[in-house]
Design a protein around this ligand. Structure first.
Ligand code: DX5
Ligand code: ZN
Length: 215
């Protein structure tokens, strides 16, 4: 199966958000990656429901929403109402992760879990069969445009071993520092979804860059 590209609208021009959404609609991108930050779980505040409303109106591809917020259970149904396809919560923000994953699925969305660079993927072992996606943070969450953390390759390999051992499958998404220099090795190692913010939106031609990342 060909890998997916999910441009992160965190790096879009919010003065021209509809233009950037249309660029993604017309590109070879597969999903919209939507980074919601609360200023508590991460040291930055991004955007919330008004931007979700704009995406709901204009985005023509699945919304891959990455919640970098504490206590995400409070907002699961709201994100479903805005048309979220995949809702990803952080393992570090969930006291009752199993319950949270069930609630996401009960609201009609696919369930994802993100793990910070310091978190061992073994911690997902007992919920692996409940997951549609694991998001490996390849930077510390909070900001676009950071440098890729090399240990991520090892975590992809660990996840693949766990998948084989348990006979389960889910998307392996890489989030942070994805570039035209490292995307091929990420795919070869086993990544199935690549998020790209800075690499896409700082390019002279964002849609050509998306096409390159698809190759
Ligand atoms: C970081 C976000 C990422 C970010 C990726 O906290 O979760 O999705 O937008 O940005 P780049 O691709 O610029 O590293
Ligand atoms: Zn993200």
């Amino acid at each position: 199966m060909q890998h997916k590209i999910a441009p992160s609208i965190l790096s879009a021009d919010f003065g021209q958000l509809e233009r950037d959404i249309q660029m993604i609609n017309q590109s070879q991108a597969d999903w919209f990656h939507v980074d919601v930050m609360d200023g508590v779980f991460v040291p930055n505040i991004s955007f919330g429901f008004p931007v979700m409303q704009t995406l709901k109106q204009h985005a023509q591809k699945p919304l891959d929403v990455h919640l970098m917020i504490v206590d995400p259970d409070r907002y699961i149904t709201r994100f479903a109402e805005y048309g979220t396809a995949v809702l990803t919560v952080h393992i570090e923000a969930c006291t009752h992760l199993h319950r949270t994953l069930q609630a996401i699925k009960a609201a009609g969305m696919k369930a994802g879990v993100a793990v910070n660079p310091h978190t061992n993927v073994n911690q997902l072992s007992d919920v692996l069969g409940d997951l549609d996606l694991v998001c490996l943070m390849s930077v510390n969450p909070g900001f676009g445009g950071q440098s890729f953390i090399e240990n991520t390759y090892r975590k992809i390999e660990q996840l693949k071993t766990m998948q084989a051992q348990q006979g389960v499958s889910f998307e392996i998404e890489i989030d942070g520092g994805v570039t035209l220099s490292n995307y091929k090795r990420l795919i070869d190692t086993g990544a199935t979804v690549l998020v790209a913010g800075n690499t896409v939106f700082s390019a002279a031609s964002p849609s050509d860059t998306i096409a390159q990342l698809k190759q």
